[in-house]
Structures are given as structure tokens and as C-alpha cells.
Design a protein around this ligand. Structure first.
Ligand code: NDP
Length: 310
């Protein structure tokens, strides 16, 4: 929670609050030793924050932060891994079932009084039964999703940059191979140039007419226009989305489709989990300024963190 983040950080530091990062003055930017929060932090902003030592990002995905440039400048970037993985995986399962069994539509049908007036809700054409689920990104969150999916008795495969040891799910060396093998694609990769629009028309076609896409990674990972066309034409059957290319704007064409279930980027959004994330942000700042170490640096900044604590 933002209040919890503010309370924790202001216990130990003098705090300047900014709703929008590009709105801060040069003087304010130059006065900052540390940053806590989220938003786009590019080279230009890093250069303006000329005394900055740490960017403690409130979230695990940091595709909006130029972490490589921060590392070059000797600034450590930290994020909030692990504390949100289970929460996000829980919501992924909910979104998948909402998408397949149309639970939001069924609830709206009851609330609108249509059950009593018109009779039973239609049978859902889609089901989780008999599905082969492909997880794109078997990291902290992807693994929690896979563990939950095991309980549903479905076949599970995955694609990541590297094959994992100690898991019994089938590994696909490319996303295309995964999409050809499965009928349900769950996206749990980070955003950024490497994954941008990697789920494109070709991948959607490979999933096939029974195909379902669930995205809790980043909106940029899907070519949104190709997704809309695939859903309109029946190239795939349905999609469940927690993230979008241009949040908080969601294309009308997507919302007009009955075979889409949408959430406003809430996968980690419980009070308990957001508080745990805020605690980790504050703990990173305190550890950095009091002890010269960071608790959860992003991989690009591992050297900066190691040099400081050496
Ligand atoms: P991890 O770094 O633990 O896992 C990322 C996974 O993606 C890894 O398996 C990694 O492969 C794989 N991957 C990364 N790049 C590529 C690529 N180019 N091609 C194929 N696979 C790739 O991250 P988390 O699981 O902790 O988080 C994943 C993402 O989830 C976050 O970055 C964020 O964008 C999103 N997220 C969304 C939330 C929401 O509210 N919807 C909340 C929290 C996170 P490898 O293992 O081989 O390195």
C-alpha cells in the first residue's frame, strides 16, 4: 500500500513526494539520494538525479527503469521479488478459470436478474479439463503458477531462456515450439525489448482454435492488435488479461469481445502483499544507507551491490 510505503520510508528518511516523475524540478531531482516507488526512470532522469545512490523499485518487474545505465553510474536498483509470487500465481489461476468458464459473465447474468427471467446461463464452450498449459517464463511467478496447475491435473510445459533442472514439465526450446504443443499459453515473462510483441500473429495461430492466452506478465509482450484480430476471427478461442500495452487504456475493440476476461493490473494487489512489497522497498533503502548493502538488487546491478558491501 502506498500509505504503508510512505510511513515506512518517512520513519527513517526525509521524503519528497512526487505524483509524476517528470514533474519534479531539477533542484529536487539533484537533492535526492534515494528513490522509492515506481515509474519510468530513463537515462535522462537518472542524469538529473545526479546524487542518486539507490532506486528501490516497488514491484518485481523493472522494465521501466534503465537498470543497465544506473549500474554504469554506480547506482543500485532493487526490486521486490518473491514476496508477491504466490499472490500473482493465485490471481493467474482465477483469471484462467474466469476466462474458460466465463464466471464474470455468469455472475453478471445472475445480478441482472436474467437467471430468474430467462433460465439457466449457457453452458461454457471452454473448459480447463483436458488442456495442455504452456507457461512462458518459468521464473519465480511461473513456477508458482505451474505448482498450482499441477493440482488441476493438466499437462504442463514451459519455455524460458534456459531449461530448468528439478522440474518435470516439458521444456520447449522456443516460444513457437511451445505454442504448437499447447492450447493454453500463460505469459509470466518480464517486459522489455527482448520479449516485446513476442506473442504475435504467428504464435497465436500456432496455439490454434481452442487456444487461450492468459497474460499476467506485461502488456508489451503481446502484439495487442494481432490478439484482437485472432480473437475476432476465431484463430484462438479466448484471452484473460491483467496487463495491457498502454495502461490504463484498454482498446475498445478488446472490451467489445465476449471471449475476453479483463482485470485492471491487480495480480499483486492485496493489502497484505502490497505491504510486504513496501516493507522490502524500505528495508532495501535502510540496508543500503545504514549498512552499505542491498537486499534484493536486480541482476544488472549485482556488481554495484557487491562492490558496495565488499
Ligand atoms: P523472474 O525473473 O523470476 O522470471 C522471469 C522468467 O521469464 C524466467 O523464467 C526467464 O527465463 C523468463 N524470460 C525472461 N526473458 C525471456 C525471454 N526473452 N525469452 C524467454 N523467457 C524469458 O521474474 P518473476 O517471475 O518474479 O516476474 C515475472 C514478471 O511478472 C515480472 O517481470 C513482471 O513483468 C510480471 N509481474 C506482473 C504482476 C502483475 O500484477 N500482473 C505482478 C508481478 C510481476 P530464465 O529463467 O531462463 O532466465
Amino acid at each position: 500500500m502506498l500509505d504503508h510505503l510512505k510511513a515506512r520510508v518517512s520513519e527513517r528518511f526525509d521524503v519528497v513526494y512526487a505524483d509524476k516523475l517528470d514533474g519534479i524540478s531539477d533542484e529536487e531531482a539533484a537533492s535526492l539520494d534515494g528513490f522509492a516507488g515506481w515509474g519510468r526512470i530513463d537515462r535522462k532522469l537518472i542524469d538529473r538525479m545526479m546524487n542518486l545512490k539507490i532506486i528501490a523499485s516497488y514491484g518485481v518487474g523493472y522494465d521501466t527503469i534503465d537498470a543497465a545505465y544506473a549500474a554504469e553510474k554506480g547506482i543500485v536498483v532493487t526490486h521486490t521479488p518473491d514476496v508477491l509470487s504466490e499472490e500473482v500465481a493465485d490471481v493467474t489461476i482465477g483469471l484462467l478459470i474466469n476466462t474458460l468458464r466465463e464466471l464474470p459473465h455468469a455472475e453478471a447474468y445472475l445480478r441482472e436478474g436474467r437467471w430468474a427471467k430467462e433460465g439457466a446461463f449457457h453452458l461454457s464452450p471452454l473448459t480447463l479439463r483436458g488442456r495442455h498449459v504452456g507457461i512462458y517464463g518459468l521464473g519465480r511467478i511461473g513456477l508458482e503458477i505451474a505448482k498450482r496447475m499441477e493440482g488441476f491435473g493438466v499437462e504442463i510445459s514451459y519455455h524460458a531462456r534456459s531449461q530448468k533442472t528439478g522440474v518435470r514439465y516439458g521444456y520447449a526450446p522456443t516460444l513457437k515450439v511451445l505454442a504448437e504443443a499447447v492450447d493454453t499459453l500463460v505469459i509470466a515473462v518480464p517486459g522489455g525489448p527482448e520479449t516485446e510483441k513476442s506473442v504475435d500473429a504467428e504464435i497465436l495461430k500456432a496455439l490454434g482454435a481452442k487456444g487461450v492466452v492468459i497474460n499476467i506478465g506485461r502488456g508489451s509482450v503481446i502484439d495487442e492488435q494481432a490478439l484482437i484480430e485472432a480473437l475476432q476471427s476465431g484463430t484462438i478461442a479466448a484471452a484473460g488479461l491483467d496487463v495491457f500495452a498502454h495502461e490504463p487504456n484498454v482498446p475498445d475493440a478488446l472490451l467489445a469481445l465476449p471471449n475476453v476476461s479483463v482485470l485492471p493490473h491487480i495480480a499483486s494487489g492485496s493489502v497484505a502483499t502490497r505491504n510486504a512489497m513496501a516493507d522490502l522497498v524500505a528495508d532495501n533503502l535502510i540496508a543500503w544507507f545504514d549498512e552499505g548493502r542491498s537486499l534484493t538488487p536486480v541482476p544488472e546491478c549485482a556488481d554495484v551491490a557487491a562492490r558496495a558491501s565488499a
